[in-house]
Design a binder for this molecule. Structure first.
Ligand code: TLP
Length: 345
């Protein structure tokens, strides 16, 4: 089975298994797990921030950051309307942090600094206080699109000049850095906090890192405890995270080449339409002509040819390339798509 549902399906590499077996561990709630301490320091250094925090998932990392940036009453968070935090995190921001949400449309996930400026609330007894702006890079639902350092900086300037903090959901930040040819630290430079995932394109089995200033991470550590994310001898999983950051970043370029190859082939298949501009990293999102069938129908047919992918809307399919997808798998996936077009659904 060629599994293109997500880069989350990647299994730990042999080097990760080895590192996990040999990991030195301790009780991390006491700050005594040397492997976790090493991973947190490495992640913070790679992103140019003072400190890091190992968390079980990207979702928990984002929610910890929102809880840490906000104060619990009558505050508002600005987000792009297709942001993962808004669409896929079970309204955690409302449930946990009690925040109101202001969403803005943004083609390709690229928020407009002027629109963000307009969305920041004036000081008025009727209004919530705008406390936080959340960005996403790469942007999942936009199809893995990247946000440049200069746009990140411009958005951050608008927010910070109004006293609004900036959080970056960088689940796939290393994919963005690879595609843009910049360092992850350059992309993280303009923002106050970043969550990035070890368990997606980087193939670790579990975990994300949150990075920011020392005081921010100190408070985030308390919020992680509040959510039940304080783990004990979790160095066994952090060890895989260290391998992810040291051995799995450079190969991301291959995933991007595979996505491009797949996207270009899909562009030639008439029942499908794809905006190749959005195929910038490891995600390929495309639409199905309703006269041909629905996304779930196409996916059922593809599964019979040994290919799995996910629907992201009734007429839209997402395919994600990753470390366990070879060039031959991409050719086979293209054959399966062509066969599906020939046979119908
Ligand atoms: N995204 C998953 C699903 O939740 C949709 C995927 O398969 O792409 N931020 C972004 C931008 C993400 O894409 C994801 C995961 C997360 C946060 C959450 O990470 P986890 O799954 O570790 O909670």
């Amino acid at each position: 089975m060629i599994d293109l549902r997500s880069d989350t399906v990647t299994k730990p590499t042999p080097a990760m298994r080895q590192a996990m077996a040999n990991a030195e561990v301790g009780d991390d709630v006491y700050g005594e797990d040397p492997t976790i301490n090493r991973l947190e320091e490495l992640g913070a250094t790679m992103l140019g921030k003072e400190a890091g925090l190992f968390v079980p998932s990207g979702t928990m990392g984002n929610q910890i950051c929102i809880l840490t940036h906000t104060n619990g009453r009558s505050e508002e968070v600005i987000l792009e309307e297709e942001a993962h935090i808004y669409v896929y995190e079970v309204a955690g921001m409302a449930v946990l942090a009690g925040c109101s949400v202001k969403t803005l449309p943004a083609p390709h996930g690229q928020l407009d600094p002027a629109a963000v400026g307009d969305a920041i609330r004036a000081d008025n007894i009727h209004f919530p206080r705008t406390r936080l702006l959340c960005l996403e890079n790469t942007h999942n639902r936009a199809g893995g699109t990247v946000m440049s350092v200069s746009r990140t900086q411009a958005l951050s300037d608008v927010a910070r000049s109004a006293g609004v903090a900036v959080h970056l959901d960088g689940a796939r930040l290393f994919n963005a850095a690879t595609a843009l040819g910049v360092s992850a630290a350059e992309l993280a430079g303009p923002v106050d906090s970043v969550q990035f995932c070890l368990s997606k394109g980087l193939s670790a089995p579990v975990g994300s890192l949150v990075v920011g200033s020392k005081p921010f991470i100190g408070e985030a550590r308390r919020m992680r405890k509040l959510l039940g994310g304080g783990m004990r001898q979790a160095g066994v999983i952090a060890a895989a995270g260290i391998v992810a950051l040291t051995e799995m970043v450079e190969r991301l370029v291959e995933d991007h080449e595979h996505a491009r190859q797949l996207g270009e082939a899909i562009a030639e298949m008439s029942p499908f339409s794809i905006d190749l501009e959005t195929v910038q990293t490891n995600i390929v999102a495309f639409n199905v002509d309703p006269a041909f069938g629905t996304a779930p129908e196409v996916l059922d047919a593809l599964q019979r040819f040994g290919v799995r992918a996910n629907p992201v809307r009734p007429e839209r399919i997402r395919m994600v390339t990753h470390a366990e997808i070879s060039r031959e798998d991409i050719s086979r996936a293209i054959d399966a798509l062509q066969e599906t077009v020939r046979q119908g659904v």
